[in-house]
Design a protein around this ligand. Structure first.
Ligand code: URA
Length: 234
């Protein structure tokens, strides 16, 4: 964060006044006077104004992104692929994704700088249902759908009961909706593969009661106050 913004957010002075304080040599970072107006404050830096240590408690932000296919859900990718953080680059706070969507999965992803909430939402003991739209090859027979509902073995792990709805069965492919309460790696793809239907497109449409709605792919919005309260109540 820019030094003048940091001083303003700490409630010491307006940004313009902060620039004056900096230019006059009244501001130190890690014990050194800084007069450069464009200086950035990094995490862990000790900032002093007129000899007094100041601190900013960063504002908590909660973002809902409609992730497109073709982005990784990590902050740095070893293959240099685009990351979801590239899509929220104009959010000034340092936010990070809550949970993960595969490179080839699209849809609802929450990003925040609220570490407590992120921890609680991803902890396995909090069973928050996640809803996915699934396009898969073949016919999802009643028998296969029933197996998905009961739980299937996805390689050493049997999934817990899920809700499954066939939206449209075509000749060679099916559009379905599934709600799961866990978040194992590639779980939905593995579940459909386990009953013989290869997933060809996957989109998360809701996390608990929070819905993606009409948000366009690659776009994001702030969560509403009600949505934030809801997530905290889970
Ligand atoms: N299940 C998957 O298979 N992939 C995802 O990205 C999320 C759930």
């Amino acid at each position: 964060m820019r030094l003048n913004k940091y001083i303003a957010q700490a409630g010491i002075a307006s940004r313009r006044k902060a620039d004056e304080l900096i230019a006059c040599g009244n501001v130190k970072i890690n014990g050194e006077v800084v007069r450069e107006l464009g200086t950035d404050v990094k995490e862990g830096d000790a900032v002093e104004v007129n000899g007094r240590r100041i601190a900013v408690s960063e504002k908590k932000v909660y973002i809902l992104l409609n992730k497109p296919v073709g982005y990784v859900t990590t902050s740095a990718d070893e293959k240099d692929r685009a990351t979801v953080l590239d899509l929220v680059a104009d959010v000034p706070e340092r936010i990070f994704p809550v949970g993960r969507l595969d490179y080839n999965t699209s849809g609802l992803l929450i990003l925040t700088n609220d570490g407590d909430l992120a921890y609680r939402l991803t902890h396995p003991k909090h069973h928050i249902y996640k809803t996915y739209r699934v396009q898969a090859a073949g016919v999802l027979s009643n028998e296969r759908a029933a197996r998905l509902r009961r739980g299937v073995d996805i390689g050493g792990f049997v999934t817990s009961p899920a809700k499954v709805k066939v939206i449209k069965q075509g000749e060679r492919s099916v559009l379905a909706e599934i709600q799961i309460y866990e978040g194992k790696n590639r779980q939905v793809r593995k579940m459909f593969a386990a009953v013989g239907n290869k997933v060809t497109a996957l989109k998360r449409t809701a996390l608990g009661d929070i819905r993606l709605g009409r948000l366009m792919e690659g776009h994001y919005r702030k969560l509403t106050r009600e949505e934030i309260e809801y997530l905290k109540s889970l």
